[in-house]
Ligand binder design. Sequence first.
Ligand SMILES: Cc1cc2nc3c(=O)[nH]c(=O)nc-3n(C[C@H](O)[C@H](O)[C@H](O)COP(=O)(O)OP(=O)(O)OC[C@H]3O[C@@H](n4cnc5c(N)ncnc54)[C@H](O)[C@@H]3O)c2cc1C
Length: 216
Amino acid sequence: MEVRLVDHMGSDLSVVNAARVSFAKESEWDIIPEAGPVKSLLQERDEKLIKYLAKHNHWSPFGHASMQFHIKAPVFVARQLVKHQVGLVWNEVSRRYVDDEVEFYEPEEWRLAAENKKQGSSDETTPYDVSATHMHAKSTYTAMLKAGIAPEMARMVLPQSMMTEWYWSGTLYAFARVCNLRCKPDAQVETQMVADQIDKLAVDLFPYSWEALRDV
Ligand SMILES: Cc1cc2nc3c(=O)[nH]c(=O)nc-3n(C[C@H](O)[C@H](O)[C@H](O)COP(=O)(O)OP(=O)(O)OC[C@H]3O[C@@H](n4cnc5c(N)ncnc54)[C@H](O)[C@@H]3O)c2cc1C
């Protein structure tokens, strides 16, 4: 599972100035260390403004900063994350056009079922070898392609553990909503792993805004 930051736009100061334009005002960084604007310090009143905006759901200033990720994760994780739609754009590899080697997500330890179904799984684990299942799926898929079957149909035999990849771009506000929902213990652990990586990358880029938007 892999989350790579491809690009980003804006900074905490972009958020501040998008709000300050209402009064035809503009702020500057307080201190700009050599590391550049990403790690710069906001003036105290701008820090307070960001907190105020987040607290009172003035979301639009947070829409002027954005991030783009390239993510590799199993289909069942992508299936959950793609539900987050507003303020986000998603483009994924298509197995209609691609029939390359299939990769599978194969945990060594499997979480046991939880007594409370809403919890998803318990902390207890057991080893379970699924390599034969994956090998069988892969060999059936390859045999179907060899028989001339179109990749868009042959893919039907591939399991949800298959790895997929996508570009995911969106505003700071939208990704904060993703992390607020998916970095929590009630989210599926494998989905949390992706959200946690986004969380770590975002806090470095937008430390003031991210802290204000995250409900931790
Ligand atoms: C722990 C967990 C379990 C889940 N279980 C399931 C499940 O079993 N089945 C399932 O289908 N989904 C499930 N979901 C997905 C969930 O229902 C949401 O679709 C997902 O979390 C995306 O939420 P979002 O607020 O980021 O949505 P977005 O679609 O990105 O929307 C963002 C915000 O815009 C507003 N909005 C969006 N669309 C509308 C609209 N049509 N009308 C009014 N306001 C709108 C809402 O305020 C929303 O919060 C689960 C999510 C979590 C975190």
